[in-house]
Design a protein around this ligand. Structure first.
Ligand SMILES: Nc1ncnc2c1ncn2[C@@H]1O[C@H](COP(=O)(O)OP(=O)(O)OP(=O)(O)O)[C@@H](O)[C@H]1O
Ligand SMILES: [Mg+2]
Length: 406
């Protein structure tokens, strides 16, 4: 595949914005961002394409803007696949150990993982990634690395991430129509985790929440293993809608009020002014009223997070609490509300290990494209860009993971 080996381009197609990012390796092995382009999205609902032409147009504009900044053309991209159709299911398999007297070999582990990854998914869904979880020997405890252990049966557990096949096809078609090839694609929440989470957090247990415009994606790591991933079809735009309907104001006004008021206790006695516009008289609205509407919806979103597959891991103990990212993390008071509803400490997630254009990039709005760029470098170095291997299940994660041990 023709690409400039020194740089990667990442594309995150969100419900509210398309973000294109071009990065090169810096001296310390991180990513130096040399181009960014953002454009509002047309034709996406809850992270899924509803209008191919609209999305193509948005992608073209975001990519053109990024090309202008770095003054080089973008031909292929690492793409995030997100949206409400994303799901993770557990795959399991048990295989006989090839030479029980010699102990379990890396080949046995690979075979067990492969068999677990073959767990059937419904025909209308595509497997986007297969992520190794752990092993068990005979009927023993779960272990991360069973190499050398004695036993006759080896069980493997994987997380199979799938999306609606048509959603993936529509997204790729929109990107291809913008004149781009897709070098590889991964689940977007996984990309976000690559740019935001620290290794210690992944070990001690962390819940990552990407509060976007039309979706809220969650995933949970413990013991460095991805435990669960889930996507809700609700996000920050629902808060804006509530304000628009509840206060009988325009969407644009509601968005402005939302960002200004937030849901924290600060300035509760203030009144917020809305200038006259589109034939309407100016308005003065008590901040407390605005905050209450925001709080109700956000509380609902965090409650849904808690009840989802990733949020359920809170009950098993998360030493590092929660990390909130996506545009919703910028809402004043959102982190405190997350802490109250989820009953764990929380922080805002911003891209880590990224330099260049930091005045733009250093924001929870850019954790998805930054993570996709980080993945791009990893995939290139591992020579595992799955574009070559597509057709079967996606195995790069398995290979990367096996690479850690062998
Ligand atoms: N400063 C801010 N304060 C409050 N909310 C904000 C702020 N900036 C952006 N948002 C909200 O964040 C959301 C957009 O976030 P983001 O760009 O992460 O979403 P997206 O990736 O386009 O959508 P999705 O991930 O759901 O497909 C919008 O609902 C927007 O109103
Ligand atoms: Mg997003």
């Amino acid at each position: 595949m023709s690409h400039d080996a020194e740089t990667v381009a990442a594309l995150a197609v969100g419900t509210s914005k398309v973000a294109a990012l071009v990065a090169e390796r810096d001296e310390r092995g991180g990513a130096r961002v040399i181009g960014v382009g953002v454009h509002s999205t047309a034709g996406i609902r809850k992270g899924e394409v509803t209008n191919v032409e609209g999305v193509t147009g948005s992608v073209e504009k975001a990519v053109a803007a990024a090309e202008k900044v770095c003054n080089r053309p973008i031909r292929s991209v690492f793409l995030g696949v997100g949206g409400a159709s994303l799901e993770a299911q557990v795959g399991r398999a048990v295989i006989p150990v090839s030479r029980p007297s010699a102990g379990i070999s890396s080949r046995d582990m690979e075979r067990a993982l492969s068999a677990a990854g073959m767990t059937a998914v419904p025909p209308e869904r595509e497997t986007i990634d297969v992520i190794p979880e752990d092993f068990a020997v005979d009927d023993g405890e779960r272990v991360a690395n069973p190499e050398g252990l004695h036993g006759s049966r080896l069980a493997a557990r994987v997380l199979i991430v799938t999306a609606r096949l048509a959603s993936v096809q529509n997204l790729i078609k929109s990107v291809n129509q913008a004149g781009l090839t897709v070098e590889d694609y991964i689940p977007e929440p996984l990309a976000v985790s690559l740019s935001t989470l620290r290794a210690e957090e992944q070990k001690s247990g962390v819940l990552l929440i990407d509060l976007g415009a039309g979706t809220t994606s969650c995933l949970c790591y413990r013991d460095e293993v991805l435990q669960a991933m889930s996507v809700l079809g609700v996000g920050g735009d629902h808060i804006t809608n509530d304000l628009s309907i509840g206060l009988k104001i325009l969407q644009g006004q509601a968005e402005e009020l939302k960002q200004k008021a937030g849901c924290g206790p600060e300035g509760a006695a203030e009144t917020l002014a809305l200038p006259a516009g589109l034939g309407r008289a100016p308005l003065a609205i008590p901040r407390a009223r605005v905050s209450r509407i925001i709080e109700l919806r956000l509380e609902e979103i965090f409650s849904l997070v808690r009840r989802g597959a990733a949020g359920a891991e809170i009950g098993r103990g998360l030493g590092s609490g929660a990390v909130l990212t996506g545009g919703g993390a910028l809402l004043p008071g959102a982190v405190a509300l997350a802490e109250r509803v989820l009953e764990v400490p929380a922080r805002v997630g911003r891209p880590r290990g990224v330099t260049g254009l930091s005045e733009i990039i250093d924001s929870p709005l850019f954790t998805a494209p930054a993570g996709l760029a980080a993945y791009g470098f990893q995939a290139r170095e591992a020579g595992s860009s799955r574009a070559k291997e597509r057709g079967g299940p996606a195995w790069s994660m398995v290979k990367d993971w096996l690479g850690k041990y062998f």
